[in-house]
Design a protein around this ligand. Structure first.
Ligand code: NBP
Length: 477
């Protein structure tokens, strides 16, 4: 038999992706560095479809129909290069290597360029949805050549998640590293979403005085409205879970030190390089690192601050409604920032990414899937040149309606000493964008004073410098 697709790297993600292809009727060649994993897959799941188990790289390549489609699902970084080095010499022009790992888009660009010289299509592909998504339908973000998508697209559409309207959650994002770039920003937005939800939880707990179980109910209610999303849904599950060993809320027995694997950090690093203000995403990454500084936190615990006062029952209910407004408004800002970064990356690398279709493929399968994304898609479909999500009339109106509550929540948080870096950064971004004047004019004056960096005037063209150390007259630079 010849297999239509092959998967090498059969840890949780690769194994489930291979099963997904097989369950959808494709013959799948499977391979893993350690043969035990291949055998385990065949034993446990071999009955699910048509698999061809290969022990060696040569057998694996030989099992594939031409042009070959070879999916790599190994640990990102050096392992990916090692696998490419192993397989590329065995391939022929026209063959495709699909890297479904969480690669850095710059690595993907480098690999794509190198393999293109050999006539091999390298398709860096973002895959989101964790192991369940890989099995039942992930959101898939392929980059690479348009030609490779002609061959892969129908297969990816088949195994991908479907949005509520039935559309497959996959599209050809753009050439070379575009897919991994978009996956990176997806993860950055995911960090921001999680941080905002965390802040809402802490406010409901410390200011409103609700228990984790009560907060779970509040999140369940929110999940029936405009915040309807996978992350809100699982938040309610986590908050209502009780630890079997102690009988305490699960959330109270877990160490409050968040870990990270790096894609959120990359989103911020690249945003700094591109000059895109993703302050909400950055605060989310920093909040995780701050939480991990156990010694610093222990040393700071005695610092002065207000004691949070609990609210009466009716005040608490009213406050919870305001937190929902603050969460929603901050979420709009996070997505605004994330989509700005995608637009900037697309400009920088000539990817020509369609922002509406990115929103569309995030509607199902991935971690940030949400009803909200349908609205973002609609906003970009209506105006593909939308300067920012905040320029969309509907979103602008929703923020206008939310802003009084958003500000009040932040006043309460500040007064009571509850940290809300995500909510605060989002509001600062909003207020800065809509400001008539920013203190950047003063910054320019300071820069000109100490470094003769020059400034531009509001009333005339050209660059100017003031002779600060002399008679303070202005000269044209
Ligand atoms: P891991 O990231 O844990 O990688 C394990 C796999 O890499 C095994 O198959 C292992 O083979 C193989 N491997 C390594 Br490590 N070094 C290798 C080398 N030098 N040569 C050949 N194979 C090598 O697996 P995962 O959690 O399934 O994730 C796979 C990819 O998918 C990663 O890039 C990950 O970032 C990405 N991803 C993961 C998730 C998720 O939810 N876990 C979601 C989305 C994307 P062995 O069996 O011989 O050790």
């Amino acid at each position: 038999t010849s297999a239509q697709i092959g998967v090498t790297g059969l840890a949780v993600m690769g194994r489930n992706l291979a099963r997904n292809f097989a369950r959808n009727g494709y013959a799948v060649a499977v391979h893993n560095r350690t043969v035990g994993r291949t055998k385990a897959l065949m034993e446990e799941f071999g009955h699910e479809g048509e698999f061809v188990a290969a022990e060696t790289a040569k057998d694996f390549v030989a099992a594939l129909e031409r042009p070959r489609r070879l999916v790599i699902m190994v640990k990102a970084g050096e392992p990916t290069d090692a696998v490419i080095e192993e397989f590329a010499p065995l391939l022929e022009p026209g063959d495709m290597i699909i890297d479904g790992g969480n690669a850095h888009f710059a690595d993907t660009r480098r690999r794509e360029r190198a393999l293109r010289e050999q006539g091999i299509h390298f398709v860096g592909t973002g895959v989101s949805g964790g192991e369940e998504g890989a099995l039942h339908g992930p959101s898939i973000m392929p980059g690479g050549s348009a030609e490779s998508y002609d061959s892969l697209g129908p297969m990816l559409e088949k195994i991908s998640a479907k949005a509520k309207d039935g559309t497959p959650c996959v599209t050809h994002v753009g050439p070379d590293g575009a897919g991994h770039f978009v996956k990176m920003v997806h993860n950055g937005i995911e960090y921001a979403d999680m941080q905002l939800i965390g802040e809402a939880y802490q406010l409901l707990r410390d200011v409103a005085g609700y228990s984790p179980a009560q907060i779970a109910d509040i999140f369940r209610t929110w999940n029936t409205g405009r915040l309807d999303s996978y992350l809100i849904e699982i938040t309610a599950e986590v908050l209502s879970h009780v630890d079997a060993a102690t009988g305490k809320p699960f959330v109270d027995v877990v160490q409050d030190q968040a870990e990270q694997k790096g894609t959120g950090r990359w989103t911020v690093q690249i945003a700094l390089d591109l000059g895109v203000p993703v302050s909400g995403i950055a605060e989310a990454v920093f909040a995780r690192s701050l939480s991990g500084h156990a010694d610093l936190r222990a040393a700071s615990r005695g610092l002065a601050g207000p004691k949070a006062k609990k609210l009466s029952e009716s005040e608490a209910a009213a406050f919870a409604d305001k937190v929902e407004q603050a969460l929603y408004a901050s979420k709009i800002v996070s997505y605004t920032q994330g989509f700005h970064e995608i637009a900037a990356g697309s400009d920088e690398y000539d990817w020509n990414i369609d922002l509406g279709s990115v929103a569309a493929i995030w509607r199902g399968g991935c971690i940030i899937r949400a009803a909200f994304l349908d609205r973002i898609r609609a906003a970009y479909d209506a105006r593909p040149d939308l300067p920012s999500l905040l320029s969309d009339d509907t979103f602008a109106q929703e923020i206008a309606d939310a802003q009084d509550d958003w500000r009040e929540v932040l006043v309460a948080a500040t007064r009571q000493g509850v940290p809300t870096p995500g909510f605060s950064a989002a509001l600062a971004y909003y207020d800065a964008l809509r400001a008539e004047r920013l203190p950047a004019a003063l910054t320019q004056g300071q820069r000109d004073f100490f470094g003769a960096h020059t400034y531009r005037r509001t009333d005339r063209e050209g660059s100017f410098h003031t002779l600060w150390g002399g008679d303070r007259s202005e000269v044209e630079a």
